[in-house]
Design a protein around this ligand. Structure first.
Ligand code: NDP
Length: 242
């Protein structure tokens, strides 16, 4: 059975990715941190769309829990292969650097950057054995250009972009591609408190994007036909670069 693991699949962009990949015929592993009700909603949307999946809750910032939950799932499910991994779970905790607390830096780095290493390393072994895999990391415009108030978040996302390019070179010959998608402003819980009216004036297409529009790009990069695209960062940002 071919499986796809989406971290942070309970809400927002992750949920839209889960539904679209399920429609393509993948058994979905829906990771989340604590919001079981929303994760179950994702699973029911998957089922309504004719797909199937299961919940796999763990905190991506906690390497012990990743090993415990995901490591055990991999060991116990030898017939199921995770051939698509979407590192999507993320948080932001903005502050000007002069006032940024240690915890704000540590939490954002652990959740957005360290998680890439700990989750991907576990999944990579079976991809290497299968000689096939698609790894897609959800980064951000903030990681490409840097945004004031987000030194922690920009550093984490830029770190994932560097790791994407490096890992793509390590595993290319084994049939595994590694790419990143950099969304601009997407309408989800994460952007809830932002001044949409003011910000959308800066965006060439004059609106925030939808989670489905990001998921569409994920499905493209996750397809077998995207085999010759690796180490890339695809922006989904309505043309916003500055
Ligand atoms: P949301 O805040 O809507 O959803 C976040 C998801 O991540 C939830 O499913 C949440 O789970 C999960 N999550 C958060 N922390 C952890 C954790 N420690 N362990 C496991 N799961 C966790 O975010 P978006 O959908 O907007 O963002 C998704 C990704 O896209 C993020 O990486 C974000 O940085 C990136 N992005 C978003 C943009 C936007 O405009 N929205 C722009 C650029 C990038 P739970 O429900 O349990 O809390």
């Amino acid at each position: 059975m071919k499986c796809a693991l989406v971290t942070g699949g309970s809400r927002g962009i992750g949920r839209a990715i889960c539904v679209k990949l399920a429609v393509q015929g993948h058994h979905m592993l829906i990771n989340y941190k604590s919001n079981k009700e929303e994760a179950e909603k994702t699973l029911s949307l998957i089922k309504q769309a004719g797909g199937d999946g299961e919940l796999l809750p763990f905190d991506v910032a906690d390497k012990g829990r990743i090993q415990e939950i995901l490591g055990k799932w991999i060991e116990a499910n030898e017939e199921k292969h995770i051939d698509i991994l979407i590192n999507n779970a993320g948080i932001r905790d903005d502050s000007l650097m002069a006032w940024m607390a240690d915890e704000q830096w540590d939490n954002v780095l652990k959740t957005n950057l360290d998680s890439f290493f700990h989750v991907t390393r576990l999944v990579l072994n079976s991809m290497l054995a299968q000689k096939y895999g698609r790894i897609i990391n959800i980064v951000s415009l903030s990681g490409l250009k840097g945004l004031a108030g987000q030194t922690n978040y920009s550093a984490a996302k830029a770190g994932v972009i560097g790791a994407t390019k490096a890992l793509a070179q390590e595993v290319g010959r084994q049939g595994i591609t590694v790419n990143a998608i950099a969304p601009g402003f997407i309408k989800t819980d994460m952007t809830e408190g932002l001044d949409e009216k003011e910000l959308k004036a800066l965006i060439p297409v004059k609106r925030f994007g939808t989670a489905e529009e990001v998921a569409h790009a994920v499905v493209f990069l996750a397809s077998p036909e995207a085999a010759y695209i690796t180490g890339q960062v695809l922006s989904v940002n309505g043309g916003l670069y500055s």
